[in-house]
Design a protein around this ligand. Sequence first.
Ligand code: PPY
Length: 355
Amino acid sequence: MHEVLQDWDGENALLSFDARTGSHLFIALHSRRLGPAAGGTRLKTYPTPADGLRDATLLARAMTYKMAVAGLPMGGGKSVLAVPGELSPADRHHLLVQHARNVETLNGSYSTGPDVGTSSVDMDVLHEYTDHAFGRSPARGGSGSSAPDTAVGVFHGIRAAVAHVNGDAALTGVRVFVQGCGAVGEPLVGMLVDAGAVVEVSDVVPERVDMLVRKYGVSAAPPDTINVECDVYSPCALGQVIGAAEVPLLRCRIVAGAANNVLVSPDDGERLRQAGILYAPDFVINAGGAVHLIGYEGLGWDSDRVAAGLVGIGATLAQIFTAADAHGISTDRAAERVAEARLESAPAHGRTLSR
Ligand code: PPY
């Protein structure tokens, strides 16, 4: 675990262990340069506790860059609840309470929200013990699931990428492979089909694939394949799907999906560029969830303002694609430069949320 922290450039990490459930609880607070840190709580089983901590630290860094590029006045953080396996409802509740207490000790320098393995209902539980949980259910005063708006942001991003490659954002007849059809992937499939795209889907849960095939008339690819011939490959499940071994297998012109940390390493961005594949940087294209949560709950935006923020994801990507071409660098690097410029123009010391 110390090695994980030595390899990381974040501000602070909170590590604890819950004996009742055998779970490790991690909060990684990467940067508060642009405001108090925020980022979701991921609940999942990892091969080792150090893998969970590494995931938290890398995801927290991605949140810093996501907020910076999206122009949101927040820093980056992320939580990981590394569970040994499926928990009983009572144990899961217990673990969430422990997590809420940890969040509360940070006094607002970090706020959480839903992520892979957690939902609005879990945020309702956290909120009983801390004020610093975004994404509660509407019945409990929250803005509800951010997943549909994440899908809207990805949809705008796919259009921007198609426009950059084809000179036209129209999706009619464009072949899109959506890998992972959960809370974000499914609404994305619906929007793509409505826009006339030819959609192929895959998921680790066969019933989900069957449902989408019936509901939208899309075709199905086996899970774990990435060499699907298409125009746009849209990874919407877990990250780390594109490494040195995968780039040569890809049969697409564009990679544009909702998953966090899609690339195994930053070098993979350059590998994609050299392969002639346009990559929509994950922390730019998947910012719709953050726009939704921070917009509605942190900044008091109405739905028109949030919708404009989601459209802005496409516009920002178009600028990043153009800048990458102009400088002969990967789109990932071009997006990092946008984030780094915003971060460098901010005061060096983190601020705490005053409300
Ligand atoms: C993400 O975009 O990956 C998030 O974690 C979204 C988020 C943003 C702000 C607070 C909590 C979760």
